[in-house]
Design a protein around this ligand. Structure first.
Ligand SMILES: NC(=O)c1ccc[n+]([C@@H]2O[C@H](COP(=O)([O-])OP(=O)(O)OC[C@H]3O[C@@H](n4cnc5c(N)ncnc54)[C@H](OP(=O)(O)O)[C@@H]3O)[C@@H](O)[C@H]2O)c1
Length: 223
């Protein structure tokens, strides 16, 4: 797989980025486009993402692909991290039907799509965020706990229901060390399953991102 990286100055005008995306949209040799987020404050993230042809949107972040996911239309591109998490749950033979799932974090890239995917498997889903009250009590009710907040070791062992499935999405870099959002060392003795950081969700994200490139290619081949 060949890749091309376009780097822009921090003060780049929005039009320059959108023009570059439109050029890539029109180029039949390019099958996937990804905009690295977050963007500088002067840029309109939604407008820039929505400039990507949905059939080349490997991150699944365009309004079209997010809309398809939330409408249950299954020919869209699903963001790689939640897709990878569903692979993990499938591989572990976790039956989600009727289970209580708690998702912490409500980003478009992870929290919202994973909540939707868990819901589509008939889990009962609670979404939490920075304004959630009684987070510990909510977490203690979770059969499946997905944590995507970006705060090292924020979820401690006393917030985890015994034998719960804990999916740690967080990547927190600190002087060369990488920690997840869950205090893995202590949580591991409470959880039934727990994904490590590094070496857990991140690996599946990479694999699913490559899978999305192939899916985009197939969508474009059908045109
Ligand atoms: N492993 C992977 O492949 C992968 C992929 C993507 C992201 N990540 C990592 O996952 C983490 C989350 O990234 P993201 O892009 O999904 O999220 P994000 O856009 O950074 O948003 C963080 C979310 O966490 C919530 N939050 C922050 N503090 C909280 C608190 N004290 N209690 C409850 N919720 C809180 C925020 O709530 P509000 O909405 O109220 O602000 C927000 O919804 C980061 O560490 C990121 O590096 C890893």
């Amino acid at each position: 797989m060949l890749t091309k990286t376009l780097l822009f100055d921090e003060n780049v005008p929005q039009k320059k980025i959108i023009d570059a995306i439109q050029t890539a949209n029109a180029d039949p040799s390019i099958h996937g486009i990804l905009v690295q987020l977050p963007l500088p404050a002067h840029l309109d993230e939604v407008k820039i993402i929505d400039a990507i042809d949905p059939k080349k949107d490997v991150d699944g972040l365009t309004t079209v692909n997010q809309g398809k996911l939330f409408s249950g239309i299954n020919d869209g591109i699903i963001p790689a991290t939640p897709k990878g998490i569903m692979h993990i749950l499938k591989k572990l033979f976790i039956n989600l039907e009727g289970k209580t799932a708690v998702v912490i974090g409500r980003s478009k890239l992870v929290g919202k799509p994973i909540a939707q995917l868990l819901l589509s498997k008939n889990a009962t889903v609670t979404m939490c965020h920075s304004k959630t009250e009684n987070l510990k009590d909510i977490c203690l009710g979770a059969d499946v706990l997905v944590v995507a907040i970006g705060k090292a070791k924020f979820i401690t062992a006393d917030m985890i229901k015994p034998d719960a499935v804990v999916i740690d999405v967080g990547i927190n870099r600190n002087f060369g060390r990488i920690d997840g959002d869950v205090d893995f060392e202590n949580a591991v003795s409470v959880a039934g399953y727990i994904t490590p950081v590094p070496g857990g969700v991140g690996q599946l994200t990479i694999a699913c991102l490559l899978e999305n490139v192939i899916e985009c290619y197939k969508l474009q081949s059908r045109e």
